[in-house]
Design a binder for this molecule. Structure first.
Ligand code: NAP
Length: 302
């Protein structure tokens, strides 16, 4: 058995309770990881509350899309890592809030990358690198990132700047200096978005909506169509004909590897993190839900 934080029902943060879960042997193509840190993401909250049924979650299961730790067993056919290797894992089937997790999707953790950064990277790093590739952002082009200081946005801004793109980032007005440090031109999200983007850059070539909180109408106007717009979570995507990179999207291991390499080389800095012991997952959900925590949250497992 393995210690974990278990979803005891769908509901408020208090449904997350410390408990024990079975530790299975890894199947073919899988690894088992002794987790050091697990990441908590915004999607974990509606899943816990029972509002997001697109994910494979039942009462009694364990949340968590990302973690980092040490491989402790490998299944048949796994040749690129061995027990004792350090990895970061992306977990489409969840399970990260635990001492052990089975994973199908991993990347080696370079020595230069901290455990905390390795655990914070997988979901947002994969999403940022993959969507920039899908948008085909090229040197000299102008990219607008909505939510430029979130977990995904922070990474997307820096990877796009490194590609030679001019990046405009929509953030709250008190965050302008922080996003300028990442190499982006800041604009404030909200009703003045369109006008501000027009003032600072005129038009844009592509838009990554890494917030899902509005701005798609303005994005379509600025790009002049929907072909080069991706949203990670805006529920109006279908109605507007915008590509949604949602729960059922195919994940790309190379995208996570690209983000990990950027982190290891020092070309990428992640947003500030806060970490608490695993058993305090419910407290972290409470703070995230209340909007009182603006850092990336991690659970320290061992
Ligand atoms: N499909 C995928 O593979 C995938 C992977 C990871 C994440 N996601 C989804 O992508 C979204 C972002 O994830 P995340 O982890 O980056 O979340 P996050 O860290 O919470 O960041 C969201 C950012 O959006 C900003 N924001 C809030 N309202 C905004 C508005 N009206 N316009 C522009 N920005 C606004 C927030 O800024 P303030 O702090 O000022 O509120 C925050 O910086 C979530 O919906 C998540 O579920 C999808």
């Amino acid at each position: 058995m393995s210690h974990a934080v278990v979803l005891t029902a769908f509901g408020p943060p208090s449904v997350l309770q410390p408990g024990e879960v079975e530790v299975a042997a890894p199947g073919p193509g899988q690894i088992r990881v002794a987790v050091r840190f697990a990441g908590v993401g915004p999607t974990d909250l509606p899943i816990r509350a029972g509002f997001l049924k697109a994910f494979p979650v039942d009462v009694g299961s364990v949340l968590g899309f990302e973690a980092a730790g040490v491989v402790d067993a490998v299944g048949d056919g796994v040749t690129d890592v061995a027990p004792g290797d350090e990895v970061a894992v992306f977990l489409p089937g969840l399970g990260g809030y635990a001492e052990h997790v089975l994973a199908n999707f991993w990347v080696t953790k370079p020595n230069a990358v901290s455990w905390a950064d390795a655990a914070a990277l997988p979901a947002s790093g994969e999403a940022a690198a993959r969507t920039l590739a899908e948008l085909e952002v090229k040197a000299g082009e102008t990219l607008l990132v909505l939510g430029g200081l979130g977990s995904v946005g922070t990474i997307a801004v820096q990877l796009a700047v490194a590609r030679g793109a001019r990046v405009v980032a929509a953030v709250r007005s008190t965050d302008f200096a922080a996003v300028e440090k990442l190499g982006a031109i800041p604009v404030a999200y909200g009703p003045e978005l369109l006008e501000q983007v027009r003032t600072v850059v005129g038009t844009v070539d592509a838009v990554l909506d890494a917030a899902g909180k509005g701005g798609l109408d303005e994005a379509i106007t600025l790009v002049g169509g929907t072909a080069r717009i991706i949203t990670l979570s805006d529920h109006r995507a279908g109605e507007l004909g915008v590509r949604l990179s949602g729960p059922d999207v195919e994940r790309i291991p190379e995208a996570l590897a690209e983000a990990m390499n950027a982190l290891a080389s020092g070309a990428l800095t992640l947003r500030p993190q806060v970490s608490v012991p695993l058993d305090q997952a419910a407290e972290i959900h409470t703070q995230l839900e209340a909007g009182t925590l603006r850092s990336k949250a991690l659970l320290a497992v061992r």
